[in-house]
Design a protein around this ligand. Sequence first.
Ligand code: FAD
Ligand code: FES
Length: 341
Amino acid sequence: MGERLKMGGSARAEPRRDRFDGVCEVNRLICREHYLLRVRFAHGLPPTEPGQFVQIGCRVPDLAIDEAQWLGGDVAWEPDRLPSVGQAELCQRTAVLRRPFSIAGRGDDEGGTWIDLIHRVVGIGTEWLAGLRPGDAVDVIGPLGNRFELTEGKSLALLVGGGVGLPPMFYLAEALHRAGWDAVAWVGALSRDLLAVTFNEGCAFGADGELSRAVAEFSRHGYPAVITTDDGSLGLRGRITDGLSRYFTSLSEADAGRAVVFTCGPEPMMHAVAKLASQAGVDCQVCVEQAMACGMGTCQSCVVKTDEQDHPHGTTADGRAWRYRLACTDGPVFPASAVVW
Ligand SMILES: Cc1cc2nc3c(=O)[nH]c(=O)nc-3n(C[C@H](O)[C@H](O)[C@H](O)COP(=O)(O)OP(=O)(O)OC[C@H]3O[C@@H](n4cnc5c(N)ncnc54)[C@H](O)[C@@H]3O)c2cc1C
Ligand code: FES
């Protein structure tokens, strides 16, 4: 195994986070329930890295509580009756907390900086995001979290993205291409209509798990992809790990030595990917998408159990000392070998 990532150490990007006023440039449906949202910042954005995320205010930015009314003024409230509430924030369903989204791409041009996010509608905040139109204001805090590490001495990336775990893989593919790495991607979803990727016309999808040039987000960098769907509606029928384990059986010793698995998706998927990588003797970095609130290390809501001897918080049944780390500031990227699954 290669050198382990130092959590909260070398993998941590410089904390240059701030709040930024963005403008929605594009918000289009790319497949069922998934939207591509491009947010532009006329005055730029600090450097961002693959693996990092932003916190989006998923509500009209000027819905701040009117303190004069609620803290300083009188509220008409008769006993046994609900007070007369005028504030939309208090009488409508609103996403009060910001929501985290991985950066899926970035560009800097004469009009400032844009970032791409891909969001799946699952609740109140993402429902609100789906309604954004070009020109609408988007309130963003970022960039947040650490980053994927392009480990020195390695040069083959195995990118494994399931469902809403795909966006950070797209951004990582850009960086890998610039750094001259080889790469192969695995993209998986329950069914074809939930695959949040762009397909190149006229390319085969690899029904038997063959490498395909059909996924534009990877093929534009020269990287092939293996497509899997649980129901077999596109590519190989089965789980993403079915495609990956086939690949590992034919991986040469030389390629295993220069490979790193980068993965993001549902926790059981990442755990299975991490096991396969470990059996193949390949380093693996996981990007956890733990539910979180503040996104910047204050609320302690996003803990991940990690394998650590120093100042442990507990011990597993098989005697491993573990310590809680925060997904938002120590992560979201962790060495798979350090996570207590
Ligand atoms: C670092 C990070 C990066 C993320 N990147 C993306 C991304 O690129 N694209 C994307 O679509 N989503 C991403 N997510 C998940 C996204 O933040 C949630 O889907 C979003 O907060 C849901 O907000 P909501 O108000 O629509 O749903 P809510 O009404 O808050 O919740 C709807 C349902 O989803 C569940 N839920 C909410 N958040 C999560 C979570 N993190 N994991 C599992 N279940 C959850 C809730 O328990 C509830 O059942 C990311 C999460 C993290 C922590
Ligand atoms: S989300 Fe608040 S500490 Fe991580």
